[in-house]
Design a protein around this ligand. Structure first.
Ligand SMILES: [Zn+2]
Length: 150
């Protein structure tokens, strides 16, 4: 995927959210509360409701994007930049490219992405389709607590 493909495939936030939703549903989404498989999508809340226990699940919950206030498209763009460039790209450069004023959220996003991408591939994937873009949306394992040497 090149830059033009990226713009075509993900022209706006809605197309990115839709891609994320489809990806999660395609990969066997289940209720985080009861494990139920009957989930109903609510476009206005951007969430699923479990038909069994009525729990609501947000689009981003359980993904690497959970808790972030950055648009899904920023995440997609960062994934694109991380995978499309042969050389390592800094968080500062990603911040510049996506046009965010604050560095901290971008830095956090890039670190989370590097974490999940490294975990899954042992390096950055060379190609990126929708699948590549959104695979980092899988829930990730929590790292074991490291003991602090004193
Ligand atoms: Zn449920």
């Amino acid at each position: 995927m090149n830059l033009l493909d990226f713009y075509r495939q993900y022209p706006d936030e809605a197309s990115c959210e839709e891609a994320l939703r489809r990806f999660r549903e395609h990969h066997g989404l289940s209720c985080s509360q009861c494990g139920g498989l009957r989930l109903s999508w609510n476009l206005w809340h951007k969430s699923w409701t479990c038909m069994d226990c009525k729990r609501e699940m947000q689009l981003r919950s359980g993904t690497v994007m959970q808790g972030s206030h950055l648009p899904v498209r920023d995440w997609f763009a960062a994934m694109f930049l991380l995978t499309a460039t042969k050389r390592a790209i800094s968080a500062k450069e990603i911040q510049r490219q996506i046009g965010r004023k604050r560095y901290q959220p971008v830095w956090e996003m890039v670190h989370k992405l590097r974490d999940v991408m490294g975990e899954r591939d042992g390096g950055y994937p060379p190609l990126m389709g929708t699948w590549r873009l959104t695979r980092a949306s899988f829930p990730r394992k929590r790292p074991k607590n490291r003991k602090i040497a004193r």
